[in-house]
Design a protein around this ligand. Structure first.
Ligand code: NAD
Length: 264
């Protein structure tokens, strides 16, 4: 038995990492998939692998995104699932982002999520059902130094999730995942440093980085009937990295160890 038999899904940023894994998972669960990416070769490769349809568009361009979404809905004969996954980041001091880079980061995550949901949401409402899943980030909940535009854009994605859940319910459920550090081409340069990887693992209760497939599983759940009474939530998929407070975690470890001491 599959989770999404006969569903029609469109995934943005489908050519790599979490988007590719999501296309594979949704197709594996029985959905027909449109793989949208700005990288034409990557979109075609994923679509070929999952037996889906490739679309090429820059989601940061509202007119191009809307045209691609309408083409995708026409090709599928409607749409049941939208995954707003495309996103780009950078690491730079707060005041060192130029206009172009700031715009690219914010437009790819926040604006594209708004535009795509504005186009697809009403179509889902008219059809009587649908599920949207946005991909935010733990950085949108707990910003880190060096990621100001990215963190702000992802916080906005979480807010847009709540607004859309309120406005497009009850027909449409709108949810969001917030990945922690996931092993994808986006994080490869960061994780290439053993020191950085070790520090990230040490600050993660599950003591490892995540896989794209683990995020895709959460997305598939939120888009499926298993989550039929779930809307407006932001689900961290982060190995628990949001749990410990950087300031006090470990401070009380001695007392915990004392409590756990072997007793006669
Ligand atoms: N990897 C992580 O640790 C992590 C953590 C938190 C959140 N995220 C988020 O998950 C999402 C996917 O990240 P990933 O790690 O899989 O990245 P990735 O770089 O592996 O893949 C991103 C894909 O999006 C496409 N893309 C980028 N800009 C686009 C645009 N303007 N229009 C259309 N397609 C575009 C790229 O071509 C690429 O195929 C992003 O929104 C990212 O911010 C990732």
């Amino acid at each position: 038995m599959t989770l999404l038999p006969g569903r029609r899904a469109l995934v943005t940023g489908a050519g790599s990492g979490i988007g590719r894994a999501t296309c594979e998972r949704l197709a594996g669960e029985g959905a027909a998939v449109v793989a949208l990416d700005v990288d034409a070769d990557a979109a075609r490769a994923v679509a070929g692998d999952v037996g889906g349809i490739a679309l090429v568009a820059d989601v940061a361009d509202p007119a191009a995104l809307e045209a691609a979404l309408r083409a995708g809905m026409e090709a599928l004969g409607g749409i049941d699932i939208l995954v707003n996954n495309a996103g780009v980041g950078a690491v730079r001091a707060f005041d060192r982002y130029g206009d172009e880079e700031y715009g690219r980061i914010v437009d790819t995550s926040m604006r594209a999520t708004y535009v795509a949901t504005s186009v697809v949401g009403p179509a889902m409402v008219a059809a009587g059902s649908g599920a949207v899943c946005n991909v935010a980030s733990v950085s949108g909940i707990r910003p880190t130094r060096g990621e100001a535009p990215y963190s702000a854009a992802k916080a906005a994605v979480i807010a847009l999730t709540a607004s859309a859940a309120l406005e497009y319910g009850p027909a449409v459920r709108v949810n969001c995942v917030s990945p922690g550090v996931i092993d994808t081409p986006l994080t490869a340069p960061l994780l290439a440093s053993d020191g950085v990887r070790a520090a990230i693992e040490a600050g993660t209760p599950l003591r490892r980085v995540g896989t794209a497939g683990e995020v895709a599983t959460a997305i598939a759940f939120l888009c499926s009937d298993l989550a039929s009474y779930v809307t407006g939530v932001n689900l961290p998929v982060d190995g628990g990295s949001l749990v410990p407070s950087a300031q006090v975690d470990g401070v009380l470890a001695g007392i915990v160890a004392w409590e756990r001491r072997p007793r006669p």
